[in-house]
Design a binder for this molecule. Structure first.
Ligand code: F6R
Length: 246
């Protein structure tokens, strides 16, 4: 595991975007696993800029997102489909048919989850998976649990996640209570993982995830077992880490 320490959010965004850009330059037909939330917005801005400057070509790239709220239609401004379109896809030359996000409007959990796993398998798996980190240690929407979920599944969101995400909604009641998410197993099958974390309020959970015991109570801790993980985090998010940083 490599841990890059950056002075601020802008540098974090540039460094993590550079890792994604390197992946796309080296393998133009890459499958990128993407995340939503506040953390990746700066990365997506940087990728868009490099695309506009002619440095990055997404025409052969495919993407698969980590998760989607259950019950939100694609045109809902809070859906992750809407987020990805607004913050990345509509600004780059990616083929919309090569971008995949779970269908939040599919009510049949088993059908949607197995279809999503098939999409990922048929693409040949994820080359690089971008992850944010929830305050409770979640990756995707894998909430603290008694075991690590192996595959895409429907999850009940925990109160702490609903509280953390209510800032995007009119009120906590409006936050969907369930989501479809890749499992920890799906995430671990990605060939490379880049996890980003920004801000002092992530310092406790990042230390638990990277240096604490590996436990499904801290879902991100499973990344300690992945052979190719890069962490890009701001200095204030790394104050409780004892291991070496770059
Ligand atoms: C988003 C996702 C979540 C977020 C996490 C951190 O697709 O899967 O795990 O990455 O909740 O969110 P932010 O970046 O808003 O702190």
């Amino acid at each position: 595991m490599r841990i890059y320490k950056t002075s601020d959010y802008n540098t974090l965004s540039q460094k993590a975007a550079a890792l994604i850009a390197a992946q796309v330059v080296q393998k133009p037909v890459s499958v990128l696993g993407l995340a939503t939330g506040s953390s990746p917005i700066g990365i997506y801005k940087q990728l868009i800029q490099w695309h506009h400057e002619g440095i990055l070509d997404f025409s052969q790239v495919s993407t698969v997102n980590l998760d989607e709220y259950k019950g939100l239609p694609r045109d809902n401004v809070q859906s992750y489909y809407y987020f990805m379109n607004e913050n990345l896809f509509k600004h780059i030359n990616i083929n919309p048919e090569s971008t995949y996000i779970p269908d939040g409007m599919e009510s049949d959990d088993a059908k949607e989850c197995s279809a999503y796993e098939s999409v990922i398998n048929n693409m040949g798996g994820v080359d690089l998976q971008l992850l944010g980190l929830g305050y409770n240690g979640h990756i995707g929407f894998n909430e603290p649990a008694d075991n690590f979920a192996k595959a895409t599944h429907c999850v009940d969101l925990q109160k702490s996640t609903i509280d953390a995400n209510k800032r995007f909604f009119a009120s906590a009641e409006d936050v969907p209570k369930q989501a479809y998410t890749m499992g920890c197993g799906t995430i671990m099958r990605a060939r490379k993982i880049v996890l980003i974390a920004s801000g002092a309020e992530k310092a406790d959970i990042i230390a638990k995830a990277l240096e604490g015991p590996v436990t499904p109570q801290v879902p991100a801790s499973i990344l300690q077992f992945h052979p190719d993980v890069t962490i890009v985090a701001t200095a204030d998010a790394l104050t409780k880490i004892s291991g070496e940083t770059i």
